[in-house]
Design a protein. Sequence first.
Length: 160
Amino acid sequence: MPADRDRFSTATRLKALGEHAAARVYRVRARRRRGRLTGRAALLALVVCSLVVALAYPMRQYISQRAQIADQRRAAQQAREDVKKLREEKARLQDPAYTERQARERLHFLMPGETGFSVVDGSAYSEHTTDRGAAGRPWYTNLWDAVDAADAPKAAHAPR
């Protein structure tokens, strides 16, 4: 009987109830933590999402402005190079020998007492003849004839 006595003793019952209650509380806590998002985590996720949304447009603007600044810097560098080339060209044009050489090459100028020659090549004539249209007339004559014909009254073109 001493075993029955221990089975129904108050201490034994309290111990069993405590273990049973502790196991139930542990199961409830384990279920709650597994299945649900805590309030702090939800608030943190909300704050992070808000920051991402709030900073997305300014970051896009920042990146596009940096690209525009880079483009402007490249354009300014190109302009500086162009100015440098133009200054060199201006300095060359101040030299009378360079101006004289350019006049001789491009404009076929001669100094007093020099004799100039022009060589006419046969290939230039064949290229010129391709500009002629029907009946060996220049193309612009054919064009104006077509414009005049289109502009003339229809009665003049009607068969009699």
